[in-house]
Design a protein around this ligand. Structure first.
Ligand code: B16
Ligand code: MG
Length: 219
């Protein structure tokens, strides 16, 4: 493949917003009368807002208790708490290597795209100061199918008119890596190999990514 487009997941790759999701969900759980642990929060990473709420309610053994309307209200309430947290973010919360890699890619003429499940991605990118480093932003507001469906990645490639086989996806979730593979894109895992079986290759974080080696070909 010739690398022509790099697509980045947001939470877990460029920033760690999982901790704010956790606080906001934990507050909702406390209001509903049950505890929510950091381990349980792992199940919510990369998962859409409503699917996350369903998992939370399952943890609290109250999944069947609420109407769709009530659940919509709870999701909105959680989001308001979450937005209050992320509104205080700044560039110090960018994960290591993120900004440098984005700049390096753009300098080489490689397009950059965001492919995130979050509906708050624009706010987060602005707060940490990297919104202008993306050629296209695709997030939870644009798609109707969640990862492992490849829609959030294929839409970005389509908008940039780049063939899928020339795209590489940076992802910290197994579902996101499966989505990349389904699209025929290179799947670069960020995190630990044992959690990311679908990745073509795994790096601990973006500082470990050997960009120079990838500029022409991906093995
Ligand atoms: P929001 P990503 C995902 O971001 C998060 O990992 C996940 O925990 C969250 O539920 C989802 O975004 C939706 O976020 O409530 O802000 O729309 O990893 O796909 O960048
Ligand atoms: Mg993620």
């Amino acid at each position: 493949m010739i690398l022509r487009c790099a697509i980045f997941d947001l939470d877990g790759v460029l920033v760690d917003t999982a901790k704010y999701h956790y606080l906001a969900w934990k507050e909702l759980a406390a209001k509903l009368g049950f505890d929510f642990s950091p381990q349980q929060n792992e199940r919510l990473k990369g998962v859409s807002r409503m699917d996350s709420l369903n998992i939370l309610l399952e943890v609290g053994r109250m999944r069947e208790r609420f109407t769709a309307e009530e659940k919509e209200k709870m999701a909105q309430e959680k989001n308001a708490r979450y937005v209050a947290y992320i509104s205080k973010m700044d560039s110090s919360e960018l994960l290591g290597g993120a900004e440098a890699l984005l700049r390096q890619l753009r300098k080489r003429g490689i397009k950059t795209a965001l492919g995130s499940a979050s509906k708050n991605s624009q706010l987060i990118l602005q707060k940490v100061g990297i919104a202008s480093l993306f050629d296209v932003i695709v997030d939870g507001n644009d798609v109707s199918h969640a990862k492992p469906d490849p829609e959030v990645f294929t839409l970005g490639a389509d908008r940039l008119q780049i063939p899928y086989q020339d795209c590489a996806v940076f992802e910290d979730s197994e579902a996101g890596l499966q989505a990349a593979k389904r699209a025929g894109m290179a799947a670069i895992g960020i995190g630990e190999r044992k959690n990311l079986p679908s990745a073509d290759v795994v790096y601990q974080d973006l500082t470990q990514f050997p960009a120079e080696r990838y500029f022409k070909f991906i093995q």
